[in-house]
Design a protein around this ligand. Sequence first.
Ligand SMILES: C[S@@+](CC[C@H](N)C(=O)[O-])C[C@H]1O[C@@H](n2cnc3c(N)ncnc32)[C@H](O)[C@@H]1O
Length: 326
Amino acid sequence: MVGSADNDMEMTREEFMMIRDFIHERSGIYFGENKEYLVRNRLSKRMADLGIKTVRDYFYHVKYDVSLKEFNRLMTLVTTNETSFFRNEPQLHCFSEEVLPALIEKKLQSPASRHVKIWSAGCSTGEEPYTLAMIMLERLKSYPGFTVEIIANDISEAVLRKARQGEYAGMTLRNVRPEFLNRYFTKLGDSYRVKPEVKALVKFSHMNLNEPRKSYVISAADAIFCRNVMIYFSDGVRKQLVRGFYNALNPGGYFFIGHSETLHGISKAFKLVYLKNALVYQKEVAGVAGQPRKTTPPQEILACASGGAQRALDLLSKIKPVTART
Ligand SMILES: C[S@@+](CC[C@H](N)C(=O)[O-])C[C@H]1O[C@@H](n2cnc3c(N)ncnc32)[C@H](O)[C@@H]1O
């Protein structure tokens, strides 16, 4: 039984398992035994607002709400939405200076394809897709005639509301260069609003990545960003999701994950490409899902990649860079 002086809500171990397994089954988010307090704290206020006394009653309330309204509320409570503009700069620099030029070059070879499609999966309050939109606007200045589509989705309705609003202040803007602030934001007192030309590139929608029927509708993406999202999922969910991402990518498309994440033990379908600024996963041009990578990276890099991309990056800075094959 878990309870505390400042909050009299109690939760038995059985109730914790009930709600924890329900959240996992529906959303993919997995809370280990050590997260019992966190679950309890996040539920307590909502239960008090609803006048529900036990977690068991709340479980039935959310489980049998066919409108999914309470499930959506629950997702807003249990998700971690930390994000910021230009998060993981070396990776974004790599996208802007190495990946995008390679993608554009490839598209220039076929007059029919002048469209770049990016998917920001688990976009939180919008900083990631808006950052990508600004990068695209900069890069595509010298390539008139290209169109851009950034699909951005999240399971939390609350973060999507904020994302659509596009108004930001404080720490989230700390990595935005002054010229970007001037060019792509309008200042409103202490906050900054994303300009319409940036907003126009991003389509926000609600999506549960653990519902394959919905996420499978996205196809022909040139790059997918799913950063700092799968860390909350169990391995089984990660494996299924990464298979879906693989299928959603164009041949030669790129897959970006968070700097502390790895596909080691999750998928062998992607090729790990060593670029100057970051490690990037790429779908083989003529690849088949489930087949092992064909390139053989140095063993010490592989060992590092399984233990954390940052350590691998440190090592990479000491070796000669290899350009992306597209
Ligand atoms: C820590 S944020 C990462 C935001 C951004 N990608 C970044 O790296 O800055 C994780 C986001 O994943 C979302 N998320 C968690 N489970 C999800 C699911 N099953 N489907 C869609 N989004 C999910 C959360 O709501 C949260 O906004």
